[in-house]
Write a protein that binds this ligand. Structure first.
Ligand SMILES: Nc1ncnc2c1ncn2[C@@H]1O[C@H](COP(=O)(O)OP(=O)(O)OP(=O)(O)O)[C@@H](O)[C@H]1O
Length: 268
């Protein structure tokens, strides 16, 4: 592990979500939801369709504004902050749909992920001033380390769009890691993946937690993945928290079983 990764891991605060409420016109998408993401853990937010998972994710990443309630990351209140300020607090996200520029190389896309950490600025970089050249070399080296950590190093020189879907998703995860985050928000990271790609991605996510000490919030439909990977789980149904605890505890919770059974009856 590099020094930078070690430095990232040391000062990860808890994420504390309290009484978080989001209303759209007449609909309460999130209703006084509470949960805490302990530092260096994987916390899953799950629930049947329409439960409020994406709404929660969008508030954490600053895309939606909370109607009321609080999201604190250490000393900082995040509700009301725009996405770039939240990113500046060390909170990186991935997207449900592929979001890498398809024609840029994987290396260049990952380098873009380091923009927040760049000191010299675009003018100096454009003029190829020595300091800017040195800085870019440092960032490219870190990009290579992170790509190796995620297992996509051999694809760095290829256009992102030429990679199979699962590798593109891993490249996106690598781009988020390139921000040197303290908290990673993952929106259905294994959706659309093959079983092999899912296993590989789960191993990378576990590695991010275990080796880098980064906290992870995981919004996920794949129950097997949540049960294997998460340290704690919050279950939402119709915007309300119906359970919270270890994967084993929530799996057997009658309210959770009822919520998921209701869903399968609807789709039957
Ligand atoms: N921008 C919006 N405007 C109005 N209603 C919305 C908006 N976003 C979400 N909703 C509603 O809020 C509720 C929660 O939706 P949300 O997408 O958060 O659920 P979800 O758990 O992510 O569902 P899924 O698993 O189907 O993605 C739903 O009833 C949805 O229709």
């Amino acid at each position: 592990m590099s020094d930078t990764a070690a430095a990232t891991a040391q000062d990860v605060p808890a994420l504390e979500v309290r009484a978080l409420t989001v209303k759209f016109a007449g609909l309460t998408a999130l209703d006084a939801v509470d949960f805490t993401v302990a530092p260096g853990t994987v916390h899953a937010v799950i629930g049947p369709n329409g439960a409020g998972k994406s709404t929660c994710f969008n508030v954490l990443s600053g895309v939606y504004r909370a109607t009321s309630g609080s999201v604190r990351f250490g000393a900082h209140e995040l509700t009301g902050e725009p996405p770039h300020r939240i990113a500046a607090r060390g909170i990186a996200r991935t997207f449900q749909n592929l979001a890498l520029p398809p024609r840029a190389t994987v290396a260049d896309s990952l380098l873009l992920g380091r923009h927040r950490l760049t000191r010299t600025g675009f003018v100096a970089a454009g003029l190829r001033l020595p300091q800017a050249v040195r800085e870019e070399a440092r960032h490219r080296e870190r990009v290579r380390e992170i790509a190796a950590f995620v297992g996509i190093e051999e694809h760095l020189a290829k256009p992102a769009g030429s990679l199979p879907y699962g590798l593109q998703k891993l490249a996106e995860l690598a781009r988020a890691l390139c921000m040197e985050p303290r908290l990673l928000l993952l929106d259905e990271p294994v959706a659309g993946m093959t079983a092999d790609e899912r296993r590989r991605t789960a191993a990378v996510i576990a590695g991010v937690r275990d080796s880098l000490g980064i906290s992870i919030v995981l919004v996920e439909h794949d129950m097997g993945m949540v049960m294997r990977l998460a340290d704690s789980v919050t279950v939402l149904d119709f915007g309300k928290r119906i359970a919270d605890g270890t994967p084993a505890a929530v799996q057997n919770d009658p309210a959770v079983v009822r919520a998921y059974l209701g869903q399968s009856e609807e789709s039957a």
